[in-house]
Design a protein around this ligand. Structure first.
Ligand code: 5GP
Ligand code: ZN
Length: 114
């Protein structure tokens, strides 16, 4: 999708620094971080959300990206939170599937991370 911001970022067109990249996904800093570590894991192909027929290999790459990000950003031991906001009630504002990886400080017990 040429008018989708995450399609454009994931294509590398902006020269964004990626913490992780494979054939299916990239991971990069959120523009408006809500925690000391706030990274987005984003498929290169466009899916609206987690219920948009996402192939198993893409989900596997997303899990690999989370592990790489956690290790690179030093939050693998201290812990972190993964969130996929979905649709209007879920608070999704960018309609391209993405997983938030938040950590670097205690996040509390709230269900909402932002
Ligand atoms: P959502 O609300 O859809 O779950 O999360 C979208 C996230 O994308 C927000 O946390 C927002 O800060 C981030 N975001 C929106 N536009 C951009 C952008 O152009 N670059 C980056 N790196 N993050 C963005
Ligand atoms: Zn897209």
């Amino acid at each position: 999708m040429s008018d989708c911001i995450f399609c454009t970022i994931a294509s590398g067109a902006f020269g964004t620094e990626f913490y992780y990249e494979d054939e299916n996904v990239v991971a990069f800093d959120d523009l408006h971080p809500q925690a000391p570590v706030h990274v987005l894991v984003v498929p290169k192909a466009h899916y609206d959300n987690i219920i948009d027929g996402v192939p198993a290999e893409v989900l596997s790459s997303m899990a690999a990206a989370v592990k790489a990000v956690a290790e690179k950003r030093g939050i693998a031991e201290s812990g972190f939170r993964c969130i996929m906001n979905t649709g209007a009630d879920g608070g999704q504002t960018v309609m391209h599937l993405h997983m938030h990886v938040l950590g670097g400080a205690p996040l509390g017990d709230g269900l909402i991370a932002k």
